[in-house]
Design a protein around this ligand. Sequence first.
Ligand code: C2G
Length: 133
Amino acid sequence: MRKVITYGTFDLLHYGHINILKRAKEQGDYLIVALSTDEFNEIKGKTCYFSFDERKKLVESVRYVDLVIPENNWEQKIDDITEFKVDVFVMGDDWKGKFDFLKELCEVVYLERTPEISTTKIKNELGLNGKSK
Ligand code: C2G
């Protein structure tokens, strides 16, 4: 079984997220999503509208996703890939090159981001910036 992993916050789940989850799944047979915890998002400087539990429920409901695990820090990727015997690491190409060090462990694939849509854009247009639930 060819296992794929990807990482992210996935706040206000939108079609750009679905696109990358679909294409990540196409890289193998089993897709793990490491979902940034609320505490890690603080480190990333992100304020989420939905809590970790709410974001986890949404991402788990996506047909391409087989398992959701917490992403607690920047450093866990090597351990995750080793522990889950991951074959392919996938990220959007806004991260292109940033995770090439993982190439010793697995394939590293950067997929094109979906243009036009982002959580920030949604929050701006809905006047939600700075607010969380
Ligand atoms: N994405 C995309 N197209 C968009 C928006 C997002 O393909 N229009 C992709 C991003 O490239 C990323 C994934 O969706 O691969 C999740 O995006 P975010 O939730 O913004 O994740 P990010 O904050 O980049 O977290 O350790 C890695 C970090 O946790 C990545």
